[in-house]
Ligand binder design. Structure first.
Ligand SMILES: C[S@@+](CC[C@H](N)C(=O)[O-])C[C@H]1O[C@@H](n2cnc3c(N)ncnc32)[C@H](O)[C@@H]1O
Length: 226
């Protein structure tokens, strides 16, 4: 049986068939602040987990960083490659399940970030595997940034059994009504989020509530591998 968190593959296929992209091309402000906070120099290797349709990976590549970008969706990665080729930008694009990153990545990273991907994982076990998987691909002392949707107050989750079912959704950039896979989603409160992060072995360097145009309220955490 297909894992519920692969439902984005269907959504991308549906949207790309309409000649649209699901996400904007704007980089995530929280990511730019994290890069600046850590004074990450251009030319550094950075790994993105759940890169979607390229927006952050290509932005950083254009700025001179050496990006490896992973997503479980083959359609997303095909789209990323297409857009990157048109702009003559190089990124190491990889189709991989983020719960098993060490099976796909040959090296360890000092810098890893993931935008709006953990919140797609509903089950505790999947969330733990995701965090543990990022921990494993970091160098000792390496740092990670996670940005997850919602404000950390209250908890909500979708039914994973209907992640592939079609729903009518509003396409943000055009306002067009489109029929797409519902996908999955879990919002978690701050106390539970900190607990799951610490369970995976990370030190929390910073935990802040942020807001951006793509996702609204977000929980943003800066993590360090012990
Ligand atoms: C909400 S989208 C965010 C995409 C991108 N980070 C952005 O903000 O534009 C979540 C992404 O996570 C990917 N994803 C979900 N589960 C995954 C997994 N287990 N392994 C790798 N990617 C996954 C989806 O395919 C999707 O592209």
């Amino acid at each position: 049986m297909k894992k519920y968190y692969f439902a984005y593959e269907d959504r991308y296929k549906q949207v790309h068939n309409e000649g649209l992209l699901w996400f904007s091309d704007k980089p995530t402000p929280e990511l730019l602040e994290w890069v600046e906070f850590n004074c990450i120099s251009t030319g550094s290797d950075i790994c993105e987990i759940g890169c979607g349709e390229r927006r952050d990976a290509l932005y950083l590549s254009r700025k001179g960083f050496n990006i490896t970008a992973v997503d479980a969706s083959e359609s997303a990665i095909i789209k990323c490659k297409e857009i990157a080729a048109k702009k003559d930008l190089k990124v190491n694009w990889i189709v991989a399940d983020a719960l098993f990153l060490d099976r796909y990545l040959k090296k360890k990273y000092k810098w890893v970030y993931s935008i709006a991907t953990l919140h797609m994982l509903v089950n505790d076990e999947d969330r733990h595997m995701f965090l543990d998987s990022i921990y494993k691909i970091l160098e000792p002392g390496g740092k990670a940034l996670l940005v997850s949707m919602r404000n950390g107050v209250g908890e909500r989750k979708t039914d994973i059994n209907i992640a592939f079912e079609l729903q009518e959704r509003n396409h943000m950039a055009t306002g067009k009504e489109v029929l797409v896979a519902g996908t999955s989603y879990r919002s978690i409160n701050w106390a539970s989020h900190k607990k799951e992060i610490e369970k995976a072995g990370f030190i929390i360097e910073k935990a802040i509530s942020t807001e951006n145009d793509e996702y609204g309220n977000c929980m943003t955490v800066y993590l360090i591998k012990k």
